[in-house]
Design a protein around this ligand. Sequence first.
Ligand code: MSK
Length: 634
Amino acid sequence: MKDWDRLITVEEMEAATASLLENGSKVGADSWQQRVKNQTPHCGFGESGTCCRICSMGPCRITKKAPRGICGCDVHGIVARNFLKFTAGGSATHSDHGREIMHTLHETREGGNYTVKDPEKLIRIAKEWGVETEGKDIYDLAHEMAEVGLMEYGKPFGTQKFLKRAPQHTQDLWAAAGLEPRAIDREVSQSLHMTHMGCSSMPEALIHQALRAGLSDGWGGSMMGTEFSDVLFGTPKPLDTTANIGVMEQDMVNIIVHGHDPSLSEMIVYYANDPEMIALAKSVGAKGINIAGVCCTANEVAMRHGIPMAGNFLSQENVVLTGACEAIVVDVQCIFPALGPLSKCFHTKFITTSPIARIPDSEFIQFSAETAGENAKAIVRAAVENFKNRRPELVNIPQQKTKARVGYSVEAIIKVLDGVANTQVDTMGTTKPLLECVTSGVLRGAVAMVGCNNPKVRPDYAHIELMKKLLENDIILIVSGCSAQAAAKAGLMDPEMAKEYCGAGLKRVCELAGIPPVLHMGSCVDISRMLILASELSKDSGLPISALPVVGCAPEWMSEKAVSIGNYVVATGLDTFLGVDPYVKGSSEVCDWLTGENGVKKWVEASYVVETDIEKLGDLMIERIEAKRAALGI
Ligand code: MSK
């Protein structure tokens, strides 16, 4: 690959996309770029959150002439209700992912489709939850823990078990504000009850519930998803992989895994390495089988197996447009229905696998934990047999490929940074060395950058340009989701290349620790890892989370999950900077609740900043980090 050894700019990626769209035009393919044109300008009522459709008397749209809906609800109630509904959708989705993982854990057995890959972590969490581990078979323990974890979704009393991981100060804030999430399903259900016609119309109550439902995701469903995925598939450790569309291979069967749940992608990866399948690939004229990922599934398999990352959310059509994709295999979330008709323009098989995500024009092979092995083998076989249907005249793989070091779980970050500022034995296993880098000023602070792509923002540009700006200012980045892939595609996870963008302090830390300045923490459920890291930094420093020079940022977010994430990150004490408005600008009261000094900040010591000018968004983050440093006298 000629681009192997350098950073790739957004302009170059856009040029590659243009050549792929050209490919698509030969076969009449539609594209998101065209659909954005068809859909703009967007509805002003929808964009400002001032349209209400929760009963059939409307829809009601708030204007100067009509300041209240038919039921009498004002604009603030309507906007706040819409915000809570959006959050509930995200919390339900993330948490259901976590629930699926718990069911997979319940299916583990020695020699089965799924086994326990990190027994130490299972035992550690069991002890944390007060489950007896002594003398217990690891699979008996796994099944017991799966049942205990599943009870977190519906238990009638009590709050989420993982809340105890937070610093005492955070727990006290939650208790004082009545924000501790109870059963996960209860928080989602109550949110939908509150937004039903004739229930809550008071912004304070609706936003309070939005934070609580978000916390049930971050400290409940998502945290279970992350922690027990580690138990099932291994806790990520740093390893090297490749990224960008050039990871597709001309001479191999290309299978793209896309979605979120590693229960599927892990099995596809396993069977793609099966000698029988490789022999089959050779028998149809391919050199072998190449698996690559898109969206959060890419993060899951990259950080555990070094599987290449083909692209993020708005690159999903690009993999098909290469004409070299034998199958795109999906599970849940962030999958464009457009993949159905698009795959029909090429030879690509679009294979859906989950009853949760049924999509027209796809081939449905239902995947379940009980039959995972045979399902995965059937999918790999179908992809391999499809190689012969490739149309060589349509193959166009842009030669863009970068190196990326991925897999920075909390455990891995603590381990690698331990040796940088302080090599004393008593600091092993803590975040103290990282804190020393921050207090000494070698690092100014950290930004947790997360979230999707959104055509409202020039795709990937906001992620990549903000990252470069922060790196120059000695601010380290921890990233997940499609933000992580944006960084990887550009080369910002290549320790050698990316250090060019760093200020002197950050460059030194990266060289000493052998890390890239942008640390890959995983998929969107793995933002729970960031909560744990922030908690450890708080405990080790004795400072509240809100006092740390650390902020969250989602410059290109688009999904309901992202709003749920924003709510739990803010509710954990981290100021969160958004590059896209969450449909609230129609209500001054809701904006004040989310961004003002007297809103959610009173409860959790943090709030939102919304700024659609990306340059300004970066400046605001740096200012906030410096203000936090000044307040600490460092
Ligand atoms: S996949 S939610 S586009 S990060 Fe998790 Fe990417 Fe956003 Fe989906």
